[in-house]
Design a protein around this ligand. Structure first.
Ligand SMILES: [Zn+2]
Length: 170
């Protein structure tokens, strides 16, 4: 006697790849993440339109963005203090690629701003606006352009960008 058909279910290559080697499911992924004491306060203050730092009594530095531990003194920092929303461009890049690496006509300006009131070498990475490739320069005095309060969400992007400081603001 010969078998007309083998037992089991025949699958095409398409069915094999779609039904056997692939599993479709929607994960119920939930997570919670604590930003920590210093970063949580920093983000909450951003939503209120303020920049906050931590001071260290031992080295007399003002640490910004704030941290609860002084990496130079190996001890906890001591107090909260506000710093200004003005500063100086430490370094910058002019990018003709957007975040998806697509070419763009009008460039994006990104870089590090050292904020007034914080100690040297305390930089905040951010965007610059109101500048051109010809006008932006290291050492340029800048001021934060805040989103309106109702649009802020406790993010570093509650500041849209940093624009050149006007003569009357100096
Ligand atoms: Zn210190």
């Amino acid at each position: 006697m010969t078998e007309e058909r083998w037992p089991g279910v025949e699958l095409s290559a398409k069915e094999f790849y779609e039904k056997v080697t692939t599993v479709r499911f929607r994960p119920e992924a939930k997570f919670a993440w604590s930003a920590g004491e210093a970063m949580s306060r920093f983000l909450a203050e951003l939503q209120r339109g303020r920049l906050i730092a931590r001071t260290c009594d031992a080295c007399k530095r003002t640490l910004f963005p704030p941290r609860m531990f002084c990496e130079e003194c190996f001890r906890p920092t001591d107090a909260w203090t506000y710093v200004k929303d003005t500063g100086t461009i430490e370094t910058f890049s002019i990018s003709y690629l957007d975040l998806d690496a697509k070419r763009i006509k009008d460039p994006i300006y990104v870089g590090v701003v050292s904020v007034d009131g914080a100690s040297p070498k305390m930089g905040l990475m951010h965007f610059f606006g109101g500048v051109t490739p010809e006008t932006i320069r290291i050492g340029m005095r800048v001021k934060a352009v805040w989103k309106p309060p109702e649009e802020r969400e406790g993010s570093v992007l509650d500041i849209r960008h940093w624009r050149p400081l006007r003569e009357e603001e100096r």
